[in-house]
Design a protein around this ligand. Structure first.
Ligand SMILES: O=P(O)(O)OC[C@H]1O[C@H](OP(=O)(O)OP(=O)(O)O)[C@H](O)[C@@H]1O
Ligand SMILES: Nc1ncnc2[nH]cnc12
Length: 256
């Protein structure tokens, strides 16, 4: 059974979770996704195949962190006061064996169907970043394009898409990053940001951190200060935040 903890997790030095795992709703898994040639998911017999940067999310939920216990307790009690997080966690659907056997796919499209949970997700980010002098929200293709623009509008920042190769029509700068097998590239329009801009990078999920770290490098190359990366979901087992250097990471939900 998939377990997910709901968290406010911020900064590279704190990775925090609450002890109460959220049981996914009974309709969280859609069996029709298990096509004939894919063996049904079994946590006891995880298939070996891993695909590119899609990562298996392995139980149990990890609780790590190098900050003081006091700080962790303070953050935990903050979380407990905010029922929005547990609701958001509960409406993210998990689909086993998509897009390949062994992968527990965190599907945020069901979050988008719940108007209150979707609005709460945006509000939680806006509450955190309003007044922080952020001039650019950089959204990562594809699911960062869903969460980034409403946050950008609400905090009064421009939105800049960070795209997969050969999608942007103008002159681009690009940054390669490594996947489990091979490499990929991220591109951004020249002139979209200026040296001195203060950026927030938004994506739906951080797994290995390869995607976010490429976005950080791309922005820093042109003199932008990346204030923070923010995602709805973190797969903490994959230690993605360790690849982000000094850039803090803020997530709402931790999943394993
Ligand atoms: O932390 P990482 O290991 O880099 O993985 C995280 C990335 O993987 C997913 O995107 P994907 O590459 O599947 O692209 P898509 O959203 O266009 O399908 C997800 O939306 C993140 O962007
Ligand atoms: N398990 C997962 N679910 C959704 N998107 C992902 N990107 C990388 N791993 C993923």
């Amino acid at each position: 059974m998939m377990q997910r903890a709901f968290v406010f997790s911020s900064s590279n030095s704190i990775s925090l979770q609450l002890s109460t795992p959220i049981t996914p709703p009974v309709n969280a898994v859609f069996p029709e996704r298990n096509r004939g040639w894919i063996a049904p998911y079994s946590p006891l017999q995880p298939p070996e195949l891993r695909l590119r940067n899609y990562q298996r999310a392995l139980p149990p939920v990890l609780c790590s962190g190098s900050d003081s216990v006091t700080n962790q307790q303070q953050m935990a009690s903050q979380d407990e006061r905010d029922p929005r997080i547990s609701k958001i966690s509960s409406v993210i659907r998990v689909i086993p064996d998509f897009p390949k056997p062994g992968i527990l796919f965190q599907d945020i499209t069901t979050l988008l169907l719940d108007i209150k949970a979707f609005r709460d997700t945006i509000d939680l980010f806006v509450e955190r970043y309003r007044g922080k002098d952020i001039s650019v929200v950089a959204g990562i293709e594809a699911r960062g394009f869903i969460f980034g623009p409403p946050i950008a509008l609400a905090i009064g920042a421009k939105f800049v898409p960070m795209r997969k190769p050969n999608k942007l029509p103008g002159e681009v700068i690009s940054e390669e990053y490594s996947l489990e097998y091979g490499t990929d590239k991220m591109e951004m329009h020249v002139g979209a940001v200026q040296a001195g801009d203060r950026a927030l990078i938004i994506d739906d999920l951080v797994a290995t951190g390869g995607t976010l770290s490429a976005a950080i490098r791309l922005l820093e190359r042109v003199g932008v200060h990346v204030v923070e990366c923010a995602c709805v979901i973190e797969l903490p087992e994959l230690k993605g935040r360790e690849r982000l250097g000094d850039t803090p990471l803020f997530v709402l939900v931790s999943s394993a």
